[in-house]
Design a protein around this ligand. Structure first.
Ligand code: DOR
Ligand code: ZN
Ligand code: ZN
Length: 445
C-alpha cells in the first residue's frame, strides 16, 4: 500500500501520552500511527525532526465576522489567523451583520465560507423569531445555538422569559447545545445607566457595570434554563470564581452543563486594565488576581471543559474612544491562544494532557464533532506540529487577523505551532499560509 503522506521522526500525543512514532495520512485521514519501520510507502515523507504532533485545536468561540463586517475580519483573514495559531476547526458566532438566525442567513454564510476558509468551520445560530424555525436551522447544519443574556441578538430578547425557555426546550428536542453569554442584562443595564448619569466613563466604571455579580446572576439564570428545559448548555468565557463554583455545583447535581475559559481571563488581571488600555476591554471584563488564580487552579485540576479564544476583532478606531461606553469590546485571540497556553505548560503550570483535553477532545465530544479532536487511526488528519522549545515575542503586526493589536503584545512566550494540517493538507508552514481558500470543510450537524 502507498499513502499520500507520512510524517516521520515525531513525538505524537496519542492514547493519552507522548509516543515516539510516525503517522500515515491518506485521503485526509490518519490511516496509521506506528513506529517508523511499520509505516507504509508514501508519495511524500516529511521528517519532523522529533517535534511534537498534537491534534488540531477546536476553538468553539470565534467571531469571524465577514459579510457587512468584513472590514473587521473575514472568513479568509480569520481562518488564516486560526491556521497560524494551530487551530483546525473554528466555531463561528452568530452576532454578525446580518445576524445568523434563520435558515437563509445560515445558508448564505455557509456558502460564502465554503469558498474562502483555510481551516474547518462549524456554525452557531442565534435563536430565530419563531421557535418553530429552530428545527430547520438545525437541518441546515447549525452545530449549536448561541444566546446572549446581556442583550438581544437574534429573534428573542433575554427579557422574554417564556419565549427563551420555549427556545431552549425546542433546542433540546433537536439535540443541539446552547452556548450562553452569561451576563444578566437587567442588572447590567441598570448599572450602566446609573454610572452614565453620574458622568462616569472610566475603566473602573466599566468594571463596576460588568461586575462579578452580573456574571453570577447570568450563570444562575442559564443553569435554571438548563434545568427547566433539560438542554445541554455551554457557558462561554467564565471569568469569576463564584461563577465557576455555581457551575460545579450544577454539574454535581447532574445537569448537562459545560464551561469555557479564555486565555485573557486566565492571564490578565484587571489591575492592569488602565495600563494596557482599551484593547483589553472585553465582555465579560478582566477580573481580579484572586479570580485568575481560582480559574487556573480549576483548569489544572481538570474541572474546566474547554479553553477557547473568544476571538473578537474590531478596527483600531473602534477600540479607541474617550468614553469606555463607546469602545467596541473584544480581544483578538486566535494567534496568541496556543503559544500562551504552551508557555504555561513549559512553566509547569499546566499539564499537557489537560491542555489537549480542553483544546481538542472535550470540544469534539461536547459539540459532537465526529472523527476529529484525537490522533487515532480513522480520524481526520487535523494536526499541528509544535516546537515546544521555541522562544519568541508576540508581535501583532505579524498577525493574519485584520486586527493587528493585542494586550499580549511584547510578551515572551515559549512554544509555537510551526505546521498546521487540515484534512491532511498542510495549510500553514512556519508562519506561511500554504493552504488554498476553500480547503477547510463546513462541519454540519
Ligand atoms: O467582548 C465581547 N465581544 N463580548 C461579546 O460577547 C461579543 C464580542 C464581539 O462580538 O465583539
Ligand atoms: Zn460573549
Ligand atoms: Zn464572544
Amino acid at each position: 500500500m502507498s499513502v499520500d503522506l507520512v510524517l516521520k521522526n515525531t513525538k505524537i500525543y496519542a492514547f493519552g501520552r507522548i509516543i515516539d512514532a510516525g503517522l500515515a495520512i491518506d485521503e485526509g485521514r490518519i490511516v496509521r500511527v506506528a513506529k517508523e519501520s511499520n509505516l507504509p510507502q508514501a508519495s511524500e515523507r516529511m521528517d519532523l525532526d522529533g517535534l511534537l504532533v498534537l491534534p488540531g485545536i477546536i476553538d468553539v468561540h470565534v467571531h469571524l465576522r465577514d459579510q457587512e463586517l468584513s472590514y473587521k475580519e473575514d472568513f479568509y483573514s480569520g481562518t488564516c489567523a486560526a491556521a497560524n495559531g494551530g487551530i483546525t476547526l473554528v466555531m463561528d458566532m452568530p452576532n454578525n451583520k446580518p445576524v445568523t438566525m434563520s435558515r437563509e442567513t445560515l445558508r448564505e454564510r455557509m456558502s460564502i465560507a465554503s469558498r474562502r476558509v483555510i481551516v474547518n468551520i462549524a456554525f452557531y445560530s442565534a435563536f430565530p423569531r419563531e421557535i418553530s424555525e429552530i428545527k430547520y436551522i438545525v437541518q441546515e447544519g447549525a452545530k449549536a445555538f448561541k444566546t446572549f443574556l446581556s442583550h438581544r441578538v437574534g429573534g428573542i430578547s433575554p427579557n422574554n422569559r417564556e419565549a427563551l425557555l420555549g427556545a431552549f426546550k425546542e433546542t433540546s428536542k433537536n439535540r443541539v447545545p446552547v452556548a450562553v453569554h452569561a451576563e444578566d442584562g437587567t442588572l447590567l443595564d441598570k448599572k450602566i445607566k446609573e454610572l452614565r448619569l453620574r458622568g462616569r466613563d472610566d475603566f473602573r466604571a466599566y468594571l463596576e457595570a460588568h461586575s462579578p455579580r452580573v456574571e453570577i446572576a447570568g450563570i444562575r439564570r442559564a443553569i435554571r434554563l438548563a434545568k427547566e428545559s433539560n438542554t445541554q448548555i455551554h457557558i462561554c468565557h467564565v471569568s469569576t470564581s463564584d461563577g465557576l463554583k455555581a457551575i460545579f455545583e450544577a454539574k454535581r447535581r447532574g445537569l448537562p452543563i459545560s464551561c469555557e475559559v479564555t486565555p485573557h481571563h486566565l492571564l490578565l488581571a484587571n489591575q492592569y486594565l488602565e495600563k494596557i488600555g482599551n484593547i483589553a476591554l472585553t465582555n465579560p471584563p478582566l477580573r481580579s488576581s484572586a479570580d485568575i488564580l481560582y480559574l487556573r487552579r480549576a483548569l489544572r485540576n481538570g474541572l474546566i471543559d474547554v479553553i477557547a479564544s473568544d476571538h473578537a476583532p474590531h478596527t483600531l478606531r473602534e477600540k479607541e474612544g474617550s468614553s469606555v461606553w463607546d469602545v467596541s469590546a473584544g480581544i483578538v485571540g486566535l494567534e496568541t491562544m496556543l503559544p500562551l497556553m504552551l508557555t504555561m505548560v513549559n512553566r509547569g503550570q499546566l499539564p499537557l494532557s489537560i491542555l489537549v483535553k480542553a483544546f481538542t477532545e472535550n470540544p469534539a465530544k461536547l459539540f459532537k464533532v465526529k472523527r476529529r479532536g484525537l490522533i487515532a487511526e480513522g480520524y481526520y488528519a487535523d494536526l499541528i506540529v509544535v516546537d515546544m522549545k521555541r522562544e519568541w515575542t508576540i508581535d501583532p503586526s505579524e498577525f493574519y487577523s485584520k486586527a493587528k493589536f493585542s494586550p499580549f503584545e511584547g510578551w515572551r512566550v515559549k512554544g509555537k505551532p510551526v505546521k498546521t494540517f487540515v484534512n491532511g493538507m498542510l495549510v500553514m508552514d512556519e508562519g506561511e499560509i500554504t493552504g488554498k481558500p476553500g480547503v477547510g470543510k463546513i462541519i454540519r450537524r
